[in-house]
Design a protein. Structure first.
Length: 184
């Protein structure tokens, strides 16, 4: 019979970095798993914290960003999002990402949640915010971003999530959590 514990019941025997770039590190690990058997584990460590923002206007609309995502080979509708270097202020990163992708500046910020984006393969943390009292300025997208902006009612965004038209994990969490907070 296994003893259930909340303590770490994995043992790392060795770890070797097999790939690394400015954004992530991929390691191959030899482990002893919770059942006591030898095994392997691949771990992706991100060098940034994931940041997601729900820009919510006074009429209950949110802004989505559309772009082609190379990793999934699909066009994706999602909330404005990006990364902040580990150890830096996540709210400042959220403010930067919102302005960069949409041109929006918010006078009111609410931290919505801390999440793990895919905790079976990566240690990446995500931080979600609601941005309100919005002012439109000029967007400043990165060179890799060809973005389309869409303003829709929050309820419509929830419907898009429920139809799997929005599949990005940060977006799904933030939209559903915001809708719950707003009674939708």
């Amino acid at each position: 019979m296994r003893v259930i514990t909340t303590e770490n019941n994995w043992k790392t025997l060795s770890s070797q970095t097999v790939y690394e770039n400015a954004w992530l590190e991929l390691s191959h690990r030899e482990v002893i798993n919770p059942s006591g058997n030898n095994g392997i584990y691949g771990l992706v460590k991100f060098k940034n914290q994931a940041i997601g923002i729900i820009p919510l206007d006074a009429e209950g609309n949110i802004y989505l960003v559309g772009q082609f995502r190379y990793a999934i080979d699909e066009y994706s509708w999602e909330i404005p999002e990006g990364g902040g270097l580990l150890g830096t202020d996540v709210l400042e990163a959220a403010k930067r990402e919102l302005k960069e992708e949409t041109g929006l500046v918010a006078n009111k910020w609410t931290k919505l949640a801390r999440i793990h984006t895919s905790n079976s393969a990566t240690n990446e943390e995500g931080f979600l915010f609601i941005a309100e009292d919005l002012v439109q300025e000029e967007a400043e997208p990165e060179e890799t971003e060809v973005l389309q902006i869409k303003k829709i009612p929050l309820k419509e965004a929830v419907d898009m999530v429920m139809r799997s038209e929005i599949t990005d994990s940060l977006s799904v969490c933030a939209i559903l959590m915001t809708a719950r907070q707003k009674g939708i």
